[in-house]
Design a protein. Structure first.
Length: 134
């Protein structure tokens, strides 16, 4: 397995022995990227790698969704169709770009509505707790 920096992708990394301190009573090893200075504990590498991959996938999807919405709203149906075909699961469900657009907008609205409900419940709980304290 080749280890690369999760921040910059460089393979120029080295292990460093860190002497004991108040937080860590024993010496430990950390990995440092020689390109960007990013440091991490080797035991955390796989977890950090999975987190980065998930964040990268989400970013790519967000970029795709922005481009898709722009194509649909500007009525560029060939571009919207091309972009939609990149998302095979969505394309198989909604081959018409307008239908996919409406579906995605509904998902966003539902997500926003759920977030507002949760925030509202939290505010009510805080107000109730504060009323007992005052």
């Amino acid at each position: 397995m080749s280890v690369t920096c999760l921040k910059c992708g460089s393979s120029q990394i080295e292990s460093i022995t860190v002497p004991p301190d108040a937080q860590h009573p024993q010496s430990r090893i950390i990995i440092e990227c020689m390109e960007c200075g990013n440091k991490w504990d080797p035991a955390d590498y796989e977890r950090l790698k999975r987190q980065k991959e998930a964040a990268d996938r989400q970013h790519a999807y967000d970029m795709w969704q922005t481009a898709f919405f722009a194509a649909v709203t500007s009525n560029n149906i060939p571009e919207a169709t091309r972009l939609l075909q990149q998302q095979a699961d969505l394309y198989n469900k909604f081959p018409n770009p307008t239908d996919a657009y409406n579906y995605l907008n509904d998902q966003i609205r539902k997500s926003n509505k759920t977030t507002l409900i949760i925030v509202g419940i939290f505010i009510i709980i805080v107000v109730i707790i504060l009323s007992f304290l005052i």
